[in-house]
Design a protein around this ligand. Structure first.
Ligand code: BES
Ligand code: MN
Ligand code: ZN
Length: 493
């Protein structure tokens, strides 16, 4: 769960170890290829013929070289040169590290001039795909068999350029590890108060942390959030994380918010047993905001940002919220809670209102594993994007394409909003089965008070049941890369 060390030095052929090299479709046999091929007496040429390797993106050819000092030579196809980009470089790095997963503690990448500007992203992909959550595996024998990468060396024509890139990208990698560690923690360990303590530790990065406990939230009128939390023995927290990287800027800050339900049993509207364990990841939105704030601090981003996370556990008990209860939110609006499993929106309602009221931010972007319906609609390839602001939405979509964390914009309108009307309170917390992700977003919009706002429904992308996109099974940290890039591209001085 700690990052492997990454180094960059002048291009030369290492004389031993595990070597990774890449080829585009246009020219599989590069100069580097030929050099290595000579060192192994033509075995590489014979191997690509036997494997029919032609440089297609993602294809791999692995050569065991027992007679030489090398142990494996891994050749990876990059596809057409003209189609290649930074997002694919990251993916290729992930594939490379995947090929020898559990087999080596060190990898040596050799890159020629054509890849010199991609070294940073290749390193990022390799580091991210090498993540493994092993905090609770006590079996030493098993751990020894599963060798983890400790060192990744890059031999490149321009190591200084790559080192420079890696300075920023290693902050991203560390932020993603932090987010995944939080998402993968079981809910008996990561309760709201423990989550808040973990965030407080980030003060050492230069972040300012403020924790609101139950009595403070009662004072602020957080009736919607506290209603969700009341069935749990663990007390709720709201945590405000501030990064003031540009003190000369007196404009309003940017705001990122996250749903942090450390376990979502559904409450009295109890979820079915199958797969309920996955609901320990229902705090992924909050974990992503925490990871993002750590990245901004680590790379000393020249920008002022506030992160706000609402941390609660949604449990069943004699004190749990009932279907039919009516709560008063921080905005003053009352909510008829018809389904206690539609709890994320209740948590977000109070922190969205509080954030716009206190910070008057330039915009608010919230992340939440909000609805099963978004998984039905978009599967695991895109997160749902809902926004009251076309420019903000367009920037987010574009940034997502660049880093391969894809967003698909979904509609909002008064007609959908109507589904939330209640006959005895200002609104209901559910709008029926149809268009479930949209009515959930409509609910949130009632608490943003016309602030430019975007809601990312990450229920389908925050967690993966099998390894994909540079992530092993578990929390993916979807959104950390995306929002870090979004801040860098549009808001940094
Ligand atoms: N945390 C869930 C949504 C979820 C589902 C996240 C699957 C990840 C994977 C959320 O709190 C929830 O229970 N939503 C309900 C809303 C319904 C009761 C209106 C849902 O999607 O079924
Ligand atoms: Mn729920
Ligand atoms: Zn939930």
């Amino acid at each position: 769960m700690s990052l492997p060390e990454v180094s960059f030095s002048e291009l030369h052929l290492p004389s031993a170890g595990e070597i990774v090299l890449f080829s585009f479709k246009e020219q599989v046999k590069t100069e580097l290829f030929d050099k290595i091929d000579q060192a192994v007496n033509g075995a590489l040429t014979r191997a690509i013929a036997a494997e029919q390797f032609n440089g297609k993106f993602g294809d791999t050819c692995v050569l065991l070289t027992p007679s030489n000092a090398f142990s494996h030579i891994v050749l990876i196809g990059l596809g057409e040169h003209g189609d290649f980009n930074q997002a694919l470089a990251k993916q290729a790095g992930g594939i490379a590290a995947g090929v020898l997963r559990n087999k080596t503690t060190q990898l040596d990448f050799v890159l020629d001039q054509s890849l010199s500007e991609f070294a940073g992203q290749i390193a990022l992909g390799a580091v991210l795909s090498n993540y493994h959550f092993d905090l609770y595996q006590t079996d030493a024998e098993k751990k020894r068999k599963h060798k983890k990468l400790q060192k990744i060396n890059f031999f490149v024509p321009n190591p200084n350029l790559a080192k420079n890139d890696w300075q920023k990208l290693s902050a991203v990698a560390e932020g993603i590890y932090l987010t995944r560690n939080l998402v993968n923690e079981p809910a008996n360990i990561l309760t709201p108060p423990v989550f808040a303590e973990r965030i407080q530790k980030l003060q050492s990065l230069g972040l300012t942390i403020e924790v609101l406990d139950r009595s403070k939230m009662q004072e602020l009128g957080f009736g919607a959030l506290l209603g969700v939390a009341q069935g749990s023995n663990a007390e709720a927290r709201t945590v405000i994380i501030r990064w003031n990287g540009n003190p000369d800027d007196h404009e309003a800050p940017l705001a990122f918010l996250g749903k942090g339900v450390t376990f979502d049993s559904g409450g009295i509207s109890l979820k079915p047993a199958a797969g309920m364990d996955e609901m320990k990841t229902d705090m992924a939105g909050a974990a992503t905001v925490v990871g993002l704030m750590s990245v901004l601090a680590k790379r000393k981003a020249k920008v002022n940002v506030v992160g706000v996370v609402g941390l609660v556990e949604n449990m069943v008990s004699g004190n749990a919220q009932r279907p039919g209860d009516i709560v008063r939110s921080a905005s003053g609006q009352t909510i008829e809670v018809l389904n206690t499993d539609a709890e994320g929106r209740l948590v977000l309602a109070d922190i969205l209102w509080y954030t716009q009221d206190r910070f008057k931010p330039r915009f608010m972007v919230n992340l939440a594993t909000l609805t099963g319906a978004i998984v039905v609609a978009l599967g695991h390839e895109h997160a749902g994007l809902f926004s009251n602001n076309d420019e903000l939405a367009a920037h987010l979509v574009k940034t997502g394409q660049g880093v391969n964390e894809l967003l698909w914009r979904m509609p909002l309108s008064a007609a959908y909003d109507k589904a939330l009307d209640s006959s005895i309170a200002d609104m209901k917390n559910i709008g029926g089965r149809d268009g479930g992700s949209i009515t959930a977003a409509q609910f949130l919009q009632r608490f943003v008070n016309n602030t430019p706002w975007a809601h990312l429904d990450i229920a389908g992308t925050a967690y993966t049941a099998k390894a994909r996109h540079c992530s092993p099974k578990g929390g993916t940290a979807f959104g950390v890369c995306l929002l870090n890039q979004f801040v860098e591209d549009y808001y940094e001085a």
